[in-house]
Structures are given as C-alpha cells and as structure tokens.
Design a protein around this ligand. Structure first.
Ligand SMILES: Cc1ncc(COP(=O)(O)O)c(C=O)c1O
Length: 449
C-alpha cells in the first residue's frame, strides 16, 4: 500500500525536485505564497509551513518584503534526509499501477518491445567449454563482438567498450569523467531526467529547453557560462520520449556549437536501428565529430532489456580509461550475453528479422498516430521510428487521479513530467499496441478527460 505523506512535505519535495532538475536555479525567486497556494491548491498556511521548513534546512533564503529565493541545490549527499519520509512519489506509484493492470489491458507505458515483436533468432548448441574458450579476458569486452560492432560503426575494435547496457556506459561516464557536483546539460524533455544514476553520482543536470526539435543556442550558451557545463547528454535519433530526430543540419549546428564552446557530447543512440523502412538513416553525431562525441549503443530495444548488452564508442584513450575504471569497480561483464549477442548479430537471419521488426513497428506507429488524429485528443507528431508517440496539449494534467482512471479503463502510458516534459503530456509506446487496438486505446484515453 502507498503511504500518504503530509501535503507540506509533498510541496517541499516538489520544490527540491525542481531545484535538483534545474527548473529553479540558485538565486531564483519562488512565486509568491499566494500563487504557490493556488498552484498546489492548499491553504497559504501549508505553503508557509513548507517554506519555513525549507528555510530551516538552508535550501531557501527568505528576504522580508521580497520573497523566497533558492539558496542551494540539494545534492544527493543531503538527500538521505528523504529516506526518513515515506513517499508516494510517482516513481513508486507507476510500476504498481502497471502491475495492477487487468490482463487484457493495453500497456503503452513499458519502455520495451512486446515479446511477440522480438526477433526469433535460433541459437546454436553450446557446451560450457565453448564459453570458456570464448572468454578472452579482454577488459573492453569480447573481441568478436567488438570487431562486429566496429565493422558496423566504421571504427576500430579498440575504440569500443562493451557495457552492461547503455546505462552502464552512462554510469561510467558520470563516475569517471566527471567530479561530484559538476553540472551537465540535458535537454528537457528527455529520458535522462528519469535516470536516478545522475543523482547517485552527484552530477547535476541543467535543463536546456527543447521545443519541437529546436534548441535555443542563446539560452544554451548562457547556461554553459553560468554553470560551467562540462557535457551534453543527448539522444538525437527517435528521442525518448518525444520520438524526435534531429535533422542533418541540426546535427551539424550542434557540433559547431559544441566545438565553439569546447563542450563534450554524450550521444545515446539506443534506438538507432529502429527506423521505419522509408525513414532515411542519418549520420550519427559521432560520425560527424568523433573527437567530441562519446557514442552509446544498446541491444535492449531490439533484443530485450534483459539482454544487457550495450557499447561505448569513443577515442581510444578514453575507452582505455573507462575500461580500467570498470575493472577497478569490479563491474566486469559476463561472457554469456556477449557470446549470445555476437551469435544473434551475425546470424544470417538477423537482417531479415530486423527488417520485419521495422515494418511491424511502422505499422503500429502509423496506426496509433492515425487514431490520435481521428480522436483529436492532444497534439502529436507523426512517428518515423523508435517506440514513442509523444502526446502533448492534453486537456488536463496527468496526475495520480488521471492515471488511476487510465488503469480503470485498462490502458497505461508514461506521464510526460517523468521526463521534465509538460504536465499535460504522455509518452505512449506504440510498439506495444497492435494496430487494431489503436482506436480503442484513444477511445479509452478520451474517456479519462
Ligand atoms: C534513450 C535510451 N537510452 C538508453 C536506455 C537504456 O538502455 P540499456 O537497457 O541498454 O541500459 C533507454 C531505455 O529506456 C533509452 O530509452
């Protein structure tokens, strides 16, 4: 059962979350108590209670007659305070709501392919000794897999580190190439806002507004100056959650900006192979500027999340440093998934199965988009690949009550605020919704508003 916390604590948590995610910055003035009371729909005394508590903890500075200002950003070192509080945060609530979905429900929330779309690759027979033979004790990962990936990415095997999923690549970058309390740029919305590993590494994310695929470079440059940003984390192809893909011109513009600002880029390309058959493949940021970009790949979105195979591609020196650090942290990889991944990727049937997958997700993506257009509920861009339809401008905020209504209707999707998106937006995984169910999904969603 989800325990309730007092309203003032919920408001404190929300304000700290906004500070942590860069929505309010040190020195920023909070809205007036009257406006906050309206916003949270509580009495002014509840707001005063929350602000008094935050002031006592040093997060706010209150200037008489002028208002409350953010005084410091909660670092994860200070966060354990929150462990003392029972919390009903959405992060706990959502998986529970999904678990409670009826059996025939339509789950557009989960960020994975449904089992029926995962390629069926036959595996050869192995015996235990085959695996031990395959083990080559290479710190960067199983050599045949690195060679295969190097070929696919037109690079050298020594510039590749096999990781336990793209997330381990992100984790290593945060732990090894950055120092605690350093800040990085992250587009808002983006899936990185939903990754607790930034907080765990005490790396602060600063939001770079991203609207309809456009980055405001004036704001970005100002934020680099103000926060001494070291890196940009970006997912330029079929972005999670917006599905947006940066054009070649936008990619070149970003690279030129990064070079001018001496900003390193971490390119997360987890959806790279999931383009619809007629969508053109664009050059990666890494291909455009290998010296400025660390590139992350993953098999999770094609062969299932539990495959736990990802890779990091970058200058050899950095790859060496990261692989050395991983050994020290004792995060070495098991040989088993690496051998299986090599078998799957080099299987004769793999290209054809991938093509079929691309066709099926196109069919589902187009059906859901069509259903959205016909329902006239919210706004969406026609998907060109990946997993997601990003539904914005919905007539009401996605809150606990609305998610419960969706559960009762037998549907689910991820609320946009998980990704620092607008409160009235939803991310829907169309790959999990068979085409014939797409209109039903929208009918049920419409009934929730
Ligand atoms: C853009 C993006 N990158 C990376 C990941 C995680 O990949 P992995 O399972 O390889 O750690 C996800 C999973 O949702 C994702 O959406």
């Amino acid at each position: 059962m989800v325990k309730k916390i007092a309203k003032y604590q919920e408001i404190m948590e929300d304000i700290l979350q906004q500070a942590l995610t860069g929505k309010i910055l040190v020195g920023d003035r909070l809205s007036s108590e009257r406006k906050l009371a309206q916003h949270y729909q509580v009495n002014r005394s509840t707001i005063t209670h929350a602000l008094d508590e935050l002031t006592a903890q040093g997060f706010l500075l209150r200037k008489i007659g002028s208002g409350s200002y953010l005084n410091k950003i909660p670092s994860s070192a200070q966060l354990p305070v929150w462990r003392n509080f029972p919390t009903n945060s959405f992060h706990q609530l959502l998986p529970n709501l999904v678990k409670k979905l009826p059996e025939n429900a339509i789950d557009g929330y989960t960020g994975e392919l449904p089992l029926d779309l995962i390629p069926r690759i036959p595996l050869p027979k192995f015996n235990w000794q085959d695996f031990l033979q395959a083990e080559d004790h290479q710190a960067r990962g199983y050599l045949p897999l690195r060679q295969l990936l190097a070929e696919n990415n037109q690079t050298k095997a020594d510039e590749i580190l096999i990781t336990s999923g793209a997330q381990q690549g992100i984790f290593l970058i945060l732990q090894v190439l950055l120092k605690p309390l350093e800040k990085v740029a992250v587009l808002a919305p983006s899936f990185f806002w939903n990754l607790p590993i930034f907080t765990a590494a005490q790396i602060q994310k600063v939001a770079i507004p991203f609207h309809q695929g456009k980055i405001d470079y004036e704001v970005f440059a100002e934020k680099i100056q103000r926060h001494h940003l070291k890196m940009l984390f970006i997912n330029p192809t079929f972005q999670n959650p917006t599905g947006y893909t940066m054009s070649v011109t936008a990619r070149r513009e970003l690279i030129a900006f990064a070079k001018k600002q001496q900003l390193l880029i971490v390119e997360d390309d987890a959806f790279a192979k999931l383009y619809f058959p007629e969508t053109p493949m664009l050059p990666t940021l890494h291909e455009l500027a290998p010296e400025y970009v660390l590139h992350l790949g993953s098999l999770s979105k094609i062969l299932g999340t539990t495959t736990k195979i990802g890779w990091l591609l970058g200058p050899e020196k950095i790859i060496q440093q990261l692989s050395f650090a991983r050994q020290q942290l004792d995060f070495s990889l098991s040989i088993f998934p690496q051998v299986f991944a090599t078998v799957a990727l080099s299987h004769l049937e793999f290209p054809q199965q991938l093509r079929q997958l691309q066709e099926k997700i196109q069919q589902r993506g187009q059906a859901l988009y069509l259903a959205q257009q016909e329902s006239r509920l919210g706004q969406a861009q026609k998907p060109t690949g990946g997993f997601y339809l990003w539904l914005t401008d919905l007539p009401a905020e996605i809150n606990e009550e609305l998610l419960e209504k969706m559960r009762q209707q037998g549907i689910m999707a991820a609320p946009g605020f998980l990704f620092a998106g607008p409160n009235n937006s939803l991310r829907i995984n169309f790959t999990r919704i068979p085409a014939k169910l797409a209109p039903i999904f929208f009918q049920k969603l419409q009934a929730c508003f």
